[in-house]
Write a protein that binds this ligand. Structure first.
Ligand SMILES: *Cc1c(COP(=O)(O)O)cnc(C)c1O
Length: 366
């Protein structure tokens, strides 16, 4: 028996026959863009996140990009302003800042939780710093009172990248409701995944929400009137219908992820393996361990039929696309990228498969 890292077809099959039936229903209708499914999903998702407004957009990158573009249009940000971002994150977070004409400034993470360290953020502040992006990396809440105080003290816009942490936290304190605005991704493998691309922006600020919606619709509010030079980034009716089905089970799915993670944390006992540190709410988009001899450890697991992945092997400041970061000294980020391994953790993983993984992880010495 081999264990895949993620069998997406199997995950999606658990939503049948409802999934196919809503797809058919939308396909037979007249409205495929900006219709009742998107409207209902925006309402239901905002309610789940615990904020007043949600705007469906094309994907998670666009959600971030639209937030920055909207703040630029509102005059809350200006081209060239500095935005503090985690040095250790998905490239999309950083590219969204850069593509908006802002200057991303890397901040080192905490080695144990992988999350951006607010005390490191403070050392990167300049008079040009106007915003800070926290990424709930791997599904763990990155924001606490210290972060809120930091943002308030320095008058920074606090933006959440919630691509990896849908549904994280108790109602009333969920990720996506903690800052000024939040970006969400519904990429198929995320905790709340569509059958294609999808994303959303959540906020309590009606002016920001209206602008995000307009900018993602060519800058138009009223038909044939273009107020801003926008672009096209919309959630479509098919994806919204899928997401409405999946949102109903999100809490239950996240509980299953938490059960699987708790078992890994309790039963992995290998002195070569460094387990992740849990400091706050966590919905385990990924279960990331560290190992000094990563490649040999992965090969040994693969030899036993266990697939693992690396999120992420090359740090952003070593990517050609971020040449202006190439001289940055980011030793913690490099150490994390050198040693991390993601073990399978998803809602299709069975107890039996997890037992096999734990046995192998405990047994392999390289
Ligand atoms: C997936 C992801 C994104 C980008 O989302 P897309 O929908 O793929 O554009 C942004 N940030 C983080 C942290 C992500 O994991």
């Amino acid at each position: 028996m081999s264990v895949p890292f993620l069998d997406l077809a199997q995950v999606n099959a658990t939503f049948e026959p409802v999934l196919s039936s809503v797809l058919t229903q939308v396909a037979r209708g007249n409205q495929l863009i900006r219709g009742s499914e998107v409207e209902a999903f925006e309402r239901e998702y905002a309610h789940h996140v615990g904020t007043s407004l949600a705007v469906g957009v094309g994907n998670g990158f666009d959600a971030l990009h639209l937030i920055f573009q909207a703040y630029l249009s509102l005059g809350r940000l200006r081209p060239g302003d500095e935005v503090l971002v985690p040095a250790c994150t998905h490239m999309a977070t950083i590219l969204a800042v850069k593509q908006s004409g802002l200057r991303p400034v890397p901040v080192e993470p905490d080695i144990d939780s992988f999350l951006m360290d607010p005390s490191h953020a403070e050392t990167q502040l300049t008079s040009k710093t106007k915003a800070i992006v926290f990424v709930h990396l791997y599904g763990q809440k990155a924001i606490d009172q210290r972060v809120l105080d930091l943002a308030r003290k320095h008058n920074l816009l606090l933006i959440e990248d919630n691509a990896q942490a849908a549904g994280c936290g108790k109602p009333g304190e969920r990720t996506g409701s903690l800052g000024d605005a939040a970006a969400h991704s519904f990429y198929p493998t995320k905790n709340l995944g569509a059958l294609g691309d999808g994303g959303a922006v959540t906020t309590r600020d009606p002016e920001l929400a209206q602008l995000v919606r307009a900018l993602g619709n060519y800058g138009s509010v009223e038909r044939d009137q273009f107020q801003w030079p926008g672009f096209n980034s919309r959630l479509d009716e098919l994806q919204a219908a899928v997401l409405r089905v999946k949102l109903k089970r999100l809490d239950l799915d996240n509980e299953r992820r938490q059960t699987l993670a708790a078992r890994y944390l309790a039963e992995i006992k290998n002195p070569q393996v460094i387990l992740p540190t849990v400091v706050r709410d966590h919905v385990w988009h990924l279960f990331v361990i560290r190992h000094e001899k990563r490649e040999r450890f992965r090969e040994a697991l693969a030899a036993q039929g266990i697939s693992t992945m690396v999120h992420y092997p090359v740090p952003p400041h070593r990517q050609l696309a971020l040449a202006d970061w190439s001289t940055s000294s980011l030793p913690i980020t490099e150490e994390i990228h050198r040693t991390v391994i993601s073990l399978p953790l998803n809602t299709a993983l069975t107890d039996h498969q997890q037992e096999k993984i734990i046995r192998a992880v405990n047994q392999v010495q390289v």
